[in-house]
Design a protein. Structure first.
Length: 94
């Protein structure tokens, strides 16, 4: 009788360990999936950076550069106000 109960215990333990093994495998799979998702985000970032850069270069970069040049020449007491007004004035012109 004790042999039968000990084999039941061994079977119970092995089934528990296989459950643990399944859980750890699923955890590993989740980790891999998370890693792949973050890799996909990284792969998409250069495309987004390029489109963002292209947008900024086509819309504001030249105005900001021009404003910075004027700012460097005139050296006003409040440079942020000067640059802000410069950009606003250029926006009204367009």
């Amino acid at each position: 009788m004790s042999e039968a109960s000990s084999s039941k215990n061994e079977d119970g333990k092995s089934s528990k360990s296989s459950k643990k093994s399944s859980k750890s495998k699923s955890s590993q799979n989740e980790s891999v999936n998370q890693s792949q998702k973050s890799d996909n985000k990284t792969e998409n970032q250069p495309e987004q950076i390029t489109s963002t850069r292209a947008y900024l270069e086509s819309t504001v970069t030249s105005v900001v550069q021009e404003g910075m040049l004027e700012l460097a020449k005139t050296r006003p007491d409040n440079p942020l106000e000067f640059l802000g007004n410069f950009i606003l004035n250029k926006a009204k012109e367009k």
